[in-house]
Ligand binder design. Structure first.
Ligand SMILES: *Cc1c(COP(=O)(O)O)cnc(C)c1O
Length: 377
């Protein structure tokens, strides 16, 4: 049996929540979506959220809702899942990669500030591994540029910085509910924002572009009960009720997930401390991370060997991430290796160890032993 690097935790209460929807009247957008959107908003410390079909859909919806337009620039980190960048390109923007902080692997506010131009419309940070971005510093960079701060919080729902929950740190925040993430709906995601205009546009975009509010219609007066208008292009990114019910039930378990993830992190940290070749994840003061990954760095140039050693012993390690600007799509458009040296070095040293709530202490200890044996500690 291969130990995966991440996986969902589904219990009987989750199964019951989904079965209850299947016995009811609604499969897609109905009462379970409304409830889930309120539940997400509560965790994020905002008044409303928009549920969508994936974290990728959440990013696309968020960028459309800003709204990004042809020629706008988005400053982001290369140490992320590539959708953080590519979804902005769908809306016509140009990506400008800025380097990360050496400790957390999160977008470095000074590097982001140096990348600002007159065209900057969004600064997009990522809560790498679940450690929150420096929201105040990045907000200042974005707002000084007349731009918005977007936080890709696919790793970090339930975390906080200086008591401010993830979801309230940036102008727009996106979540993913993919099975390896901190809670799951199978596929799913959400957008939250401190701006009601952004949220309204997000709701319209994920509903194919329907403008539901008669106040906004061009036609005035009673147009008949069948009437609607389309003002902007949208897509169908609606999360079904069946999945939203799973999400709401998973949210009841979020505190327990968070505690278990912290315990696993502490166990790895203790077991791998004080070894020259290794670097355990940084944890900044004031940050209360929701650990999605355990990103270990090996600094003796033997990442490939360690990775293969662990995989060879049935440990499903992962690398998060290949720097986005190294991908052929970007390389063919003039992005070059060496542009973001700190992120590139981070990526070349990184191995994500197994991390999920149902992971046993004995499994954590086995991984620690294998790593220690490899580095001769
Ligand atoms: C998982 C992830 C996404 C995409 O989410 P999906 O639900 O898989 O579409 C986006 N950004 C980051 C940082 C992620 O980890």
């Amino acid at each position: 049996m291969v130990l995966p690097y991440g996986r969902q935790s589904i219990d009987e209460s989750d199964i019951e929540a989904v079965a209850a929807v299947l016995r009811g009247d609604w499969l897609t957008t109905g009462p379970a979506v409304d409830r889930f959107e309120q539940d997400i908003a509560a965790v994020a410390g905002v008044s409303a959220s928009v549920a969508v079909t994936s974290g990728t859909a959440a990013l696309h919806t968020a960028y459309a809702a800003v709204p990004l337009q042809q020629g706008d620039e988005v400053i982001t980190t290369p140490l992320t899942f590539f959708a953080t960048a590519t979804c902005a390109i769908w809306q016509g923007a140009t990506i400008v990669f800025a380097d990360v902080s050496e400790d957390t692997g999160n977008l470095d506010p000074a590097a982001a500030a140096a990348a600002v131009t007159g065209k900057t419309k969004v600064v997009a940070g990522v809560d790498y591994a679940g450690h929150p971005i420096d929201g105040p510093a990045l907000s200042k960079v974005a707002h000084d540029a007349g731009a918005l701060l977007l936080e890709d919080a696919a790793h970090s729902i339930g975390g906080s910085l200086d008591g401010v929950p993830v979801g309230s740190l940036a102008d727009v925040t996106t979540f993913s509910f993919f099975p390896t993430k901190n809670l799951t709906t199978g596929e799913g995601g959400a957008v939250v924002s401190t701006s009601t205009e952004v949220l309204d546009r997000a709701r319209e975009f994920k509903s194919i572009g329907y403008t539901r509010d008669p106040e906004k219609w061009h036609a005035k007066g009673d147009q008949g009960g069948w009437y609607y208008e389309v003002h902007n292009l949208g897509l169908n990114y609606r999360l079904p009720d069946v999945l939203a019910a799973l999400g709401s039930n998973q949210l009841h378990r979020l505190d327990a997930f968070k505690k278990r993830r912290q315990d696993i992190t502490d166990r790895y940290n203790a077991g791998l401390a004080g070894i020259d070749a290794l670097r355990t994840p940084a944890h900044r003061e004031g940050a209360d991370p929701m650990w999605h990954l355990y990103p270990l760095r090996i600094q003796d140039g033997r990442r490939r060997e360690l990775f293969d050693h662990l995989r060879g012993n049935g440990i499903g390690v992962q690398v998060n991430y290949i720097p986005v600007h190294w991908q052929p799509y970007f390389a063919e458009r003039g992005y070059r290796k060496g542009m973001c040296p700190i992120a590139e070095t981070y990526s070349e040293q990184e191995v994500s160890l197994p991390m999920f709530p149902d992971l046993l202490d004995s499994d954590v200890d086995r991984v620690i032993e294998l790593v220690r044996e490899f580095v001769g500690a």
